[in-house]
Design a protein around this ligand. Structure first.
Ligand SMILES: [Zn+2]
Length: 437
């Protein structure tokens, strides 16, 4: 890929549109512009691949689990996010992808029937921490996006096998600058599947070991202590939805306005490849404007004119207002996950037993100072939890209140080694091995 021309277009458009304030972007705008500018012949294939990926019915039902590795690559100590923030982000992903988020009721009534639960689950298996002196700058004249972040010999953190793990890198993404002038800030980006039908080999990640998601450290977790603020823009609300959005790209989703708005022509006919996202020709601007209706026309799917779906995770509304994927988006993501990205599901089979085998799951495992026990069904009367050392000594025991879905177990002070977690669900015991390191 040679994105030189397209990135100049990006710079000019940003300078024109926002002479005073930086644009806040998801890097997939840049990616799409690169592909469509330099491989125009592939646009039809791009669209055809989405058509194929979103066909219902040919893929298995039921829960799908992805093993996740989070790489924290930091220079300033503030960038070295605590485990609390990382666990919180995994919990946000699990809520958002399963429609268990607390704000589903904020969705406008006319869109409630379109909301979908993906039944996609995220299992944190490792946190990699790398201290670095490297800077992570989007090279506006270069050919890749933060490749150095993903290579230890360049000051980054090497990916775990990208066929089998979702790698999420968290770092400080330097502002987009044109000389001394800051023109924008990328909060995150992801590569779409590299092997969708009709895609060329180089339209996904430039190298397989760079596949995954990148998030600015201020946009990760809903309990992030670092404010996401920009001169002229103010402080943006952070609820962990930038990763929700970027993982959506990673699983094949496009922006709901069809990727025309920021860099291409605004056009109500530009489709995101999903039928039940309403027509839109422009993205939200980190606000909550429910009056937005950029394409006032009858929607084929809904049979009437619908406003823009600003509550969708694949728009650019404030994270306070995002709360849903549509059923069409869910179908597409599940088809990508059971198709081009099915390797992710294989690692779950080999890496960790499923929650259903033991009735609970340990996150993460191996763990450092604490572990979260997720129950496959909420605790009933008489449920309890125990932690044993490898020598068989009972170290902790606690009663689980009825209705408990997950419970933290503190591990501080325990020497590295093999432990056992046992859970009684009110009827019987089950057990899982826990590695503390
Ligand atoms: Zn995006």
């Amino acid at each position: 890929m040679k994105p030189l021309t397209s990135l100049f277009l990006l710079l000019l458009s940003c300078l024109t549109a926002n002479a005073q304030t930086p644009s806040i972007l998801c890097g997939n705008d840049i990616f799409n512009q690169i592909v469509r500018t330099h491989h125009p012949e592939l646009a039809a294939g791009f669209d055809a691949a989405f058509d194929e990926a979103r066909q219902p019915g040919a893929h298995p039902r039921g829960p799908l689990t992805i093993n996740v590795v989070v790489h924290v690559v930091w220079k300033d100590p503030a960038e070295n996010l605590s485990d609390d923030v990382i666990y919180d982000q995994i919990a946000v992903l699990n809520a958002d992808y399963n429609r268990l988020n607390a704000d589903t009721g904020n969705l406008r009534p006319q869109f409630q029937p379109a909301a979908g639960a993906a039944d996609i689950h995220f299992n944190l298996v490792a946190i990699e921490r790398v201290q670095t002196n490297a800077l992570f700058e989007i090279d506006v004249l270069g050919t890749d996006l933060l490749g150095n972040l993903k290579h230890s010999d360049e000051g980054g953190s090497d990916a775990w096998d990208t066929d089998h793990y979702l790698n999420i890198w968290v770092c400080k993404i330097q502002p987009l600058a044109f000389g001394p002038i800051v023109i924008g800030q990328v909060l995150g980006f992801a590569f779409p599947p590299n092997n969708l039908p009709h895609w060329p080999a180089d339209s996904g990640a430039p190298n397989l070991d760079e596949d995954g998601v990148v998030i600015d450290f201020r946009a990760f977790g809903s309990n992030n202590p670092n404010p996401l603020e920009f001169p002229g823009v103010g402080t943006l609300s952070v609820k962990g939805r930038t990763p929700t959005h970027e993982v959506g790209h990673y699983l094949g989703l496009r922006h709901i306005w069809g990727d025309g708005g920021v860099l291409g022509p605004n056009d109500c006919d530009q489709s995101d490849g999903v039928d039940d996202t309403p027509y839109a020709n422009a993205q939200s601007n980190f606000d909550c404007d429910v009056s937005k209706n950029t394409c006032p026309q009858v929607e084929l799917f809904y049979g009437t004119d619908m406003p823009d779906l600003i509550e969708n995770y694949m728009d650019y509304a404030s994270e306070d207002c995002m709360n849903m994927f549509t059923k069409g988006q869910v179908e597409l993501m599940r088809n990508v996950l059971t198709g081009p990205r099915s390797g992710l599901l294989e690692s779950v089979a080999t890496h960790q037993p499923s929650a259903t085998a033991a009735g609970f799951r340990l996150l993460p495992n191996p763990a450092n100072d604490r572990v979260r026990v997720d129950l496959s069904t909420p605790a009933s009367a008489g449920s309890s939890l125990q932690l044993y050392g490898s020598e068989g000594r009972l170290l902790q025991s606690k009663t689980l209140p009825e209705g408990t879905a997950s419970e933290w177990v503190e591990l501080g002070g325990l020497p590295p080694g093999l432990y056992m977690v046992r859970v009684h669900n009110g009827r019987q015991w089950s057990a899982e091995r826990l590695v503390v390191r």
